[in-house]
Design a protein around this ligand. Structure first.
Ligand code: HSE
Length: 406
């Protein structure tokens, strides 16, 4: 029998307790799992598990029978302190907490090793999609060259609702919150921070070193309008929030931003709460992972699978990376860019666009604005171009700016 303590009885934590209590298949997995304690600051007197609740973390820490601690509190505090203490006392920790893994992953995995324990986090990226273990094990023979993914279920759900059903941003967000997809503070979803933490985790695992997720250029979906969506559709594109990273000389290039993807792109058809991750391996070429990226049961499934892995395999070969990864910001990689501009004088605006960006592709627009797609250019050249363009047309007139992959 393996005794588990669950820290945090929110969406994911309650799903973990439900799965462990309702699934006899765990018995076949090489040992039975039992939830012995649940830590939460709130009272759950009506819960069927009422007798398991405690507010005292030390009681869990000092319980020698508990060998696995599931941390589904989220955020840094007190999750970091509890995780560190549990690992130092030789308990293994399983988590869905991407912020903690992205920030302190290297340290926590090192402490786990030093104390003959493991720190597992399959649920931290892609919800129910197996991605951490496949990257760590199945693709181990590859140099991972590039990762591109839809890594946030909430924003993909919002974009799908806006695009397919004409639902407003606010209504789609409140639906996502109701369905248990969104973070406690949904700003982390819509401003791209959640995607940023996930691409930081995948990059650290794939390229071997922790990178500072706070430094990754990150833009969310709050500036996307239904007009942008319509322009994208006119080019046979879908707008997706993309986490991207690439191994380059001297470190890792990474970014989070909305992108217009041609409908032929494998990520363009990924809708609703689904996530998908495209990984380029040196031997395999492209490999794609797809499934539900958020929600109670898909995420809890990944957490419980990690617990089973500990029971079954003592988690030999658990993921590991070191501190000290470097981010690289300027690479000579080129993309196209879409710009939408309010134009009192359309002709003047079109001449300015041509003067700065050269030959561009014009999109059909109404009489009050212009929209176009630039030729291929580097991030640096585009940034400089926009600055110059702003001096000609006025920065307040730039209505939209999105990277395009066609
Ligand atoms: N808020 C996250 C999302 C939860 O929407 O993807 C899963 O990490």
């Amino acid at each position: 029998m393996t005794y588990v303590a669950v820290l945090g009885f929110g969406t994911v934590g309650s799903g973990v307790v439900e799965i462990i209590n309702n699934n006899s298949f765990i018995n076949k997995a090489g040992g039975e799992l039992t939830v012995k304690a649940i830590l939460d600051i709130r009272d759950f007197t009506d819960s069927p598990y009422a007798q398991l609740f405690t507010k005292d973390f030390d009681a869990i820490l000092n319980d020698k029978e508990i060998s696995i601690v599931v941390e589904t509190i989220g955020g840094i505090n007190p999750a970091y302190e509890y995780t560190l203490k549990a690992l130092k006392s030789g308990k293994s920790v399983v988590t869905s907490n991407k912020e903690l893994v992205a920030t302190y992953g290297a340290e926590l995995m090192r402490v786990a090793r030093e104390n003959n324990a493991v720190y597992l986090f399959e649920a931290s990226v892609g919800g129910g999609i197996p991605i951490i273990r496949p990257l760590n094990n199945c693709l181990a023979a590859n140099d991972i060259e590039e990762i591109m993914g839809i890594l946030n279920g909430t924003t993909n759900y919002i974009l799908t609702q806006m695009i397919k059903n004409g639902v407003s941003f606010e209504k789609a967000l409140s639906d996502a919150q109701e369905k248990g997809y969104a973070e406690r503070n949904p700003e982390a979803d819509i401003e791209g921070h959640d995607t940023c933490r996930k691409i930081a985790i995948l990059s650290a695992l794939s390229y071997g070193k922790q990178i500072d997720s706070n430094l990754i250029p990150t833009e969310g979906i709050t500036k996307i309008t239904l007009e942008d969506v319509a322009y994208a559709q006119s080019m046979d594109c879908a707008i997706k929030l993309i986490g991207y990273s690439k191994k380059v000389n001297g470190g890792v290039y990474a970014r989070v931003s909305p992108m217009m993807l041609s409908k032929d792109h494998p990520l363009a058809g990924v809708e609703d709460v689904f996530n998908a991750i495209l990984v380029k391996g040196s031997a395999t070429g492209d490999v794609m992972f797809y499934g539900k990226g958020a929600g109670k049961m898909p995420t809890a499934s990944a957490v419980v699978a990690d617990c089973i892995d500990i029971v079954k395999h003592k988690s030999l070969g658990a993921p590991f990376w070191e501190d000290g990864g470097e981010l690289v910001f300027d690479i000579d990689f080129e993309d196209n860019f879409y710009l939408r501009v309010a134009a009192g004088d359309k002709q003047r605006c079109e001449s300015a666009a041509q003067a700065v960006f050269g030959k561009v592709r014009w999109l059909d627009s109404n009489e009050k604005e212009v929209a176009f797609v630039t030729g291929k250019m580097t991030d640096k050249a585009f940034k400089e171009g926009v600055e110059k363009f702003e001096t000609l047309v006025g920065s307040e007139n730039i209505l939209g700016k999105i990277r395009v992959l066609i």
